[in-house]
Design a protein around this ligand. Sequence first.
Ligand SMILES: Cc1ncc(COP(=O)(O)O)c(C=O)c1O
Length: 352
Amino acid sequence: MKIPFFVQEFTNEMKEAAIDALRNESFVNGESVSKFEEEFARYIGTKYAVSVNSGNSALQISLMALGISADSKVATPTNSFIASANCIRMTNAQPILTDIDARDGGIDVSSITEKVDAVIPVHIYGNPCDFDSVKTFAEEQKIPIIEDACQAHGATYKNKKVGSLSDVGCFSFYPTKNMTVGGDGGMSTTNNEEVADKIRSIRDNGRKTRNEFDKLGFTMRLNTVNAAIGRIQLKHLDEKNSRRREIVSIYKENLIEDCILPENENGKSVYHQIVIRHENRDKIREELTNDDIGSAIYYEKPIHLQPLYLEYDYKLPNSEKFAKEVLSLPSYPSLTNDQLLEICEHVNKVIS
Ligand SMILES: Cc1ncc(COP(=O)(O)O)c(C=O)c1O
């Protein structure tokens, strides 16, 4: 493809860190794991960070550690990856799917009309959601907040990193994310020692001490080699996020109509996805594809319209309209300015 939608990054520094960890450390629970956790907690600004094997696991275990179970109802927005809702069902709780803010695709808590036991706002596309409204809602209902920050490593809301705003923050290191571990991986961040201890135990079969197990758990640890790669990626995260913001400025300067989704007014996005919204979305995509330029639709089918969720029979009009109009343009840091101008030229042909 002339300009791919996504390019996987693999550097010598990542390779050396991986080989060093494989040669010198235990494959599981090596010292790179605790170092990565310490560094990630420091970066996000929480007391604890506990690594796991995916973002999905981070969400699921965090809910379990907060006591979410079969009697619980948990709200989450429908414009997200399926894991934001599946994690609720994996605890046997009931998902309450919410509609979205029509401007930026984030959670709209005013669409939650019943009492829930927890809420999972998603910082979708790397853009912080309207967290003040979520906080007010959670305070009124006296319930915990679990941030799905799987797409938002380094994003801030009122100058605080997302993942540090609530009871627990959850991150994914899937290879397309702003930082990866060279495979699947995830992290839960929290200031609550008891919750951190529970997450640590549940990711390791419910272990209490070396030979004692006091709760149900999984094998959901992050491998040492992935943690070693994650440490390298974390070191370069800020410079790569800055390049993503530069890329957005170039799109904004060169698109004849500013159809890029707005950044939260109290936040700073890390533009995991650079999303345009236009009624001629399908024509824009066709124009790009015809010249071998990648693009993607997140999310073509909102969660409530997925086969697994049809039984709940939701109608969420903002999300359904949004899904017909959004298109993600290439956003990775290694895109050249010339490539960006070429993408803009094609988009302009349709929107002019
Ligand atoms: C918003 C959101 N939540 C959860 C996840 C799940 O993360 P993982 O793929 O690492 O399980 C993802 C990853 O795609 C995501 O984008």
